[in-house]
Design a protein around this ligand. Structure first.
Ligand code: F6R
Length: 611
């Protein structure tokens, strides 16, 4: 959940690392630090708070911004120890010759700390990570890579680390077990990072480390080994994201940029994957023959947060379009609940980042149980994508804002493609398939027309910005959409928001309603409209203010509330997509009106790599 950046080459190191940390800040942001290895000494700067605080400290040190050599840096999301400057990484050993940054959790750190303190090692921080640097210093016998390997052999838990030492200038040793590390290959320079975003301005050639890999990274070469010091070979991959995709451009926040990118992101997600003539989809990454597809008897979807909400829509799609019994698991429960997985069960892990620890654990469990696993990920080369072995990439481009927007909608679009393929493989007729293809192709335009209403949504949002509670209600496919809308609001505006099935309100929560407890009702589903109108009336009867999403041209709901957002008419399968975009905008403008941090809400991290 934290971010790592490292650089070795001829450029000034500190500004490059600060820039890298800013690109990583979405992963965690309660403190940050860097260590530079130059002039036979380590220069260390750390600060509590955001990367700009670290930048101020660096700028205040004369000459620091000009130093060349190599360095490592870290942005932290606290697990063990408070978010203070002392607990920020890098951690140094007692002799100030070794520096370490670490992502992950050292499970046996208390035992290791006791062992080291028994040898009079002095600890400066409260973190689990600090044991690593002392173990490395203790194991050092003239070779940094061997010392790191020896230290890591004593460790239980997960790590992605980067290490430098004054004893071996011009070298970064990096290793991974359960926490991603990617090496960027430059020209006369190399980089290390926990994901590709800091590498984008410098190179498109990368090596993803596997668990158990350790690498010595110099400016002109990379020596890859396993933990037993045996050479290993890893493929050089190419990233097709350009650096500007991970920049805000003319937008004030990444979230707004990513909301507005959705028509294009969905076009990219479906491009080349629709067969209009046969009313089907083409998903090569699936690597399953029509016969394999026909044998699938059950689908289990696993994901967390927004990705799980996308999965809930997948359940509607797979059952309704393809007639395959489907269940959705919170990924965190998957391996502890001992779910029934048979050889013909298709398990679909959904993860934008491809690094979420619980979803990864679900993938491993599903593979262990012999399921056919097909991952839906956005980040190419991410751990889940690689371990699943087959899957469908979202092609949404980098999602930098902590709140998922285009990640979610492209997941839903890809689930529709998969349901179409499975449906055509079973009960869906060609003409029904052709109709669904048309509906999917129309999604980018539907979303555009919602985006055009941004000024109206902003106006409504301002009127509701000061409330403290919200219900989001929907039925059918708009029920998962309601869950997603509520999640967006609570995570960025800190307003308590609950997504409920509209019919469930009467089974308890309706007692909360009064004039201070508004309800956002998704009333744009043609099928369930009469019922949701009844539910809106129930809310109005309790004086609850109602914001309604209505189908374009609606007059009935309009007569019940003045706060109405029109969603273009579309089928019930498609309706969640433009509806969620409207709710993303609503959440965004509410959070702006409340003066909240949009892209990095408190306590959150983009990629949750611990259980
Ligand atoms: C909410 C949000 C999170 C993620 C969740 C899973 O806006 O972003 O709920 O959806 O942490 O992340 P991924 O999809 O990367 O596995």
């Amino acid at each position: 959940m934290c971010g790592i950046a490292g650089y070795v080459g001829k450029k000034a190191v500190a500004p490059l690392l600060i820039e890298g940390l800013k690109r990583l800040e979405y992963r965690g942001y309660d403190s940050a630090g860097l260590a530079l290895n130059a002039n036979n000494q380590l220069y260390l700067e750390k600060a509590a708070g955001k990367v700009v605080e670290l930048e101020k400290c660096v700028n205040a040190q004369p000459g620091l911004n000009e130093l060349t050599g190599c360095g490592i840096a870290h942005t932290r999301w606290a697990t063990h120890g408070r978010p203070t400057a002392v607990n920020a990484h890098p951690h140094l050993d007692g002799s100030n010759r070794f520096a370490v940054v670490h992502n992950g959790i050292i499970e046996n750190y208390q035992e290791l700390r006791r062992y080291l303190e028994g040898k009079n090692v002095h600890f400066r921080s409260e973190t689990d990570s600090e044991v690593l640097v002392h173990l490395i210093a203790e194991a050092y016998e003239g070779n940094l890579l061997s010392a790191v390997a020896a230290a890591l052999k004593q460790v239980k838990g997960t790590y992605g680390i980067a290490v430098i030492s004054t004893l071996e200038p011009g070298l970064i040793v990096t290793a991974r077990n359960g926490s991603p590390i990617v090496i960027g290959l430059g020209n006369g320079e190399n980089l290390v990072a926990s994901d590709v975003s800091p590498l984008l301005p410098y190179t498109s050639k990368v090596i993803y480390l596997n668990d158990g890999d350790i690498a010595a990274v110099y400016a002109d070469k990379v020596d890859l080994r396993n933990i037993n010091n045996m050479p290993v070979e890893r493929e050089v991959a190419r990233i097709d994201w350009d650096a500007s995709a991970a920049e805000k451009g003319r937008y004030e926040h990444f979230m707004l940029k990513e909301i507005f990118e959705q028509p294009e992101a969905i076009s990219n997600a479906i491009r080349g994957r629709l067969d209009a003539e046969n009313g089907c989809s083409i998903l090569n990454g699936l690597n399953l023959t029509p016969r394999d597809l026909a044998q699938i008897s059950r689908i289990v979807i696993a994901g967390c947060g927004s990705s799980m909400h996308a999965g809930l829509l997948g359940e509607y799609y797979f059952e309704d379009i393809a007639g395959i019994s489907t269940s959705v698991e919170q990924a965190a429960e998957f391996r502890y609940r001992n779910p029934i997985i048979e050889p013909n069960t298709l398990v679909i892990p959904i993860s934008q980042s491809g690094e979420t620890a619980d979803t990864l654990a679900a993938v491993r469990e599903a593979i262990r149980k012999g399921a056919v696993v097909t991952a839906l990920c956005n980040v190419v080369g991410s751990t889940i994508a690689r371990e699943a072995g087959r899957g469908i990439y979202l092609h949404a481009g980098p999602e930098m804002s902590v709140a998922s927007t285009k990640g979610f909608t492209t997941q839903v679009a890809v689930l529709l493609l998969l349901a179409l393929l499975l449906g055509r493989n079973r009960r869906l007729s060609r003409s029904e398939g052709i109709e669904l293809v048309k509906q999917i192709e129309a999604v980018p335009d539907l979303i555009r027309s919602v985006l055009e209403q941004a000024p109206l949504i902003e106006e409504i949002a301002k009127r509701y910005a000061q409330v403290e509670n919200f219900f989001y209600i929907g039925r059918g496919c708009l029920y998962p959409a309601a869950l997603e809308g509520a999640l967006k609001l609570k995570e960025i505006s800190y307003i308590h928001a609950e997504g409920y099935h509209a019919a469930e309100l009467k089974h308890g929560p309706i007692s909360l309603l009064d004039e201070n407890h508004p309800v956002l009702a998704l009333a744009n589903d043609v099928l369930g409209k009469d019922k949701i109108i009844g539910n809106i009336q129930e809310c109005r009867a309790r004086k609850a203010p109602v914001i309604a999403l209505v189908a374009q041209g609606d007059t009935r709901v309009r007569s019940m509330t003045q706060d109405v957002i029109e969603i273009p008419q579309c089928s019930r399968f498609i309706a969640p997509l433009p509806s969620v975009v409207a709710m993303q905008l609503f959440a965004y403008y509410v959070a702006v009106a409340r003066g909240c941090e949009i892209d990095q809400p408190r306590n959150l991290a983009k990629s949750v790599t611990v259980e």
